[in-house]
Design a binder for this molecule. Sequence first.
Ligand code: BTN
Length: 234
Amino acid sequence: MENLLYFEELDSTQTYLKQRINQFNHGTIVCAERQTAGRGRYDRKWISNPGGLYFSVLLKPVKTNFLSNLTQLMALSVCQALEDLNISPSLKWPNDVQVNGQKICGILSEAVFSDSSNAAVILGVGINISQEGLEKIDQPATSLKEQGAQTDKRVLLCKVLNYFWKDYDNLLIRGFEMIRPEYLRRFATLGKQISVRNGTQTTVGIAEDVSPRGTLLLRTETLLKEIYIGDVII
Ligand code: BTN
C-alpha cells in the first residue's frame, strides 16, 4: 500500500487527516498503533490502547449523492473481512459492527465541503483486536481475541480495504441499493424493539427495514418513521 502512512502514536488518525485534507490525495490511509485522543461518534472518546487497529481513509469522491452510505459500505467491508476469520459479525444500524451483541468495530465519518459539489470524506475505523476487558462506552465491547480469533493487523487492514474499494465506485453511482442485500443479511436488529436517540429526542419502535437509501424504517405506535441519523439502543 503505497498511500499508507503509519505512526506508532497519534492523537487521532482522524484529526491528523482532517487537518491535512489538501495535502493528501484521495485514498490516503493513516494508521496508528495507538491514539491518545481517539474520537468516536457523538463526541464520544474512542479508547485506543495498543492492541486495536486504528485507521482513517481520505476519500475525495467524484460524486456526492451517496456520501452518507460510505460508512455503511465500510461497515459491510469490516464484516466481510471478519467473516474470513470465521467470525460471525452483525450490523447495528447505521455502521456499528457487533459480535455476539457486543461492539467490535466503530466507524466515524466526517465530511468537509469546499463547495456544493466538492467534498472530502474521512472514514475512521477502530477494530478491537487483542484487547481484553474493554470498557463499555455506548454499549458492551469485545475484541477478536475475546471471540477466539487472531489476525495480523496489516492483513486485516488490507482485507477490509480490498472489500471496500471493490464496491466503492459502484456505490457512488448506484447508492446503498447495491449493497442492501448483503447489509440486510447481517442486520441483526430487524424486527426488534429499539430506541433511536438523536440529540435529546428518543423514538421507540420496531426496526422494520433498511430502505433502499440506507435509512432505518422504524414502526412506531402511530407511523412508519424514516430515520436518517441516530444512535440505536437495543
Ligand atoms: C464510534 O463507534 O463511535 C466510532 C469510532 C471510530 C474510531 C476510529 S479509530 C480510527 C479513527 N480515529 C479516531 O480518532 N476515530 C476513528
